[in-house]
Write a protein that binds this ligand. Structure first.
Ligand SMILES: [Zn+2]
Length: 323
């Protein structure tokens, strides 16, 4: 009896210890950066009146399919009303190319790496994660190396919307001297679940130089207020009003969205604060893939508000295209 009780106690101790082993998503240590100028919501909106100077394009790396309950909160009343069910949802993997006339070429996210043209046992992803992530449904359209090779333009930097695996699959195709910019605490905040992905994240980002951006501290309101009224934190990255980085915590701690003043109009890249076209149209947050639903809710509301204030050429959910 006593032995049984002891066994139960030690099992409990093990579980408690296991739950305490939180870790960061990568063992790479980001370097701090003060690049970019602090911007406010209003200064950003008025800067966007200037003529756009960035050549902007979206590149489709792969078609893929993954569980809808991860991508969309199926318990949201709007999902229930629409009769959305669990099951596979067709999605895509992208990267974005920004060509600035003076600052050169930057990417948002990394697309698909050349290594994924090889058999699956050569991929830098553990077989457990491959099966969890439904990787057998992945169909490559173009790898990042294939797309970049005839371009003869050096990449000056890569912005990561966040550090989930499907956004760093093409990192290996990018020169290791290129800085990879992340949002606040994206690479350093800890969670228990990171234990399962850390090895794969490290392999995909091997040799990369991570740089954590500093966003302006949120202004302290004079009166206590609800999170609904907290302002967005924004950086004018080049200091010329052509590219704004917006900290949108929730999906992950350091998630970022991007507002690009392109030659052909304004582009809003949402990242995985909203994965799907349906989620954006109905203002429904992601499902189980999001770490903090409340914060994600706030960030998505703020992006919707922003989109209603400006005339965009196109808005890009994380994994699908809007019509
Ligand atoms: Zn994603």
């Amino acid at each position: 009896m006593l032995r049984k009780k002891n066994a139960r106690l030690s099992l409990l101790t093990c579980l408690v210890l296991l739950l305490m082993v939180d870790c960061a998503v990568t063992s790479l240590e980001p370097q701090a950066s003060s690049r970019g100028q602090d911007a406010t919501y209003d200064s950003m909106i008025s800067d966007l009146d200037r003529p756009g100077i960035i050549d902007f394009q979206q590149v489709v790396g792969a078609d893929w399919s993954i569980i809808r309950e991860g991508l969309i909160d199926l318990d949201d009343p709007k999902s229930v009303e629409a009769g959305l069910q669990e099951g596979p949802e067709p999605i895509q993997i992208y990267f974005f190319v920004l060509d600035h006339p003076k600052q050169g070429r930057f990417l948002i996210d990394t697309g698909m790496g050349q290594v994924f043209r090889q058999p699956a046992d050569e991929w830098p992803i553990s077989s457990i994660i491959q099966s969890q992530m439904n990787m057998d449904t992945l169909k490559i359209r173009t790898t990042t190396e294939e797309w970049l090779k005839n371009q003869n333009r050096k990449i000056q930097g890569v912005f990561l919307t966040h550090m989930h695996m499907d956004h760093i699959l093409g990192a290996g195709d990018i020169d290791s001297a290129v800085p990879f910019y992340t949002g606040p605490r994206e690479a350093t905040s800890t969670s228990f679940l990171n234990m399962f992905v850390r090895g794969t994240t490290d392999d995909l980002l091997e040799g990369k130089h991570l740089v954590e951006l500093r966003f302006p501290a949120a202004a302290q309101p004079a009166e206590p207020t609800t999170s609904e009224q907290e302002p967005l934190q924004i950086i004018d990255f080049f200091g010329d009003g052509s590219l704004f980085l917006i900290h949108v915590p929730g999906h992950t701690p350091g998630s970022m969205a991007f507002l690009i003043n392109g030659k052909d109009g304004i582009h809003l890249v949402l990242g995985d604060t909203c994965h799907t076209a349906w989620g954006w149209k109905h203002n429904v947050v992601p499902g189980s893939f999001t770490a903090d639903h409340e914060e994600n809710r706030h960030s998505l509301n703020e992006l919707q508000k922003l989109a209603s204030r400006i005339k965009t050429r196109k808005i890009y959910p994380g994994h699908q295209n809007l019509d």
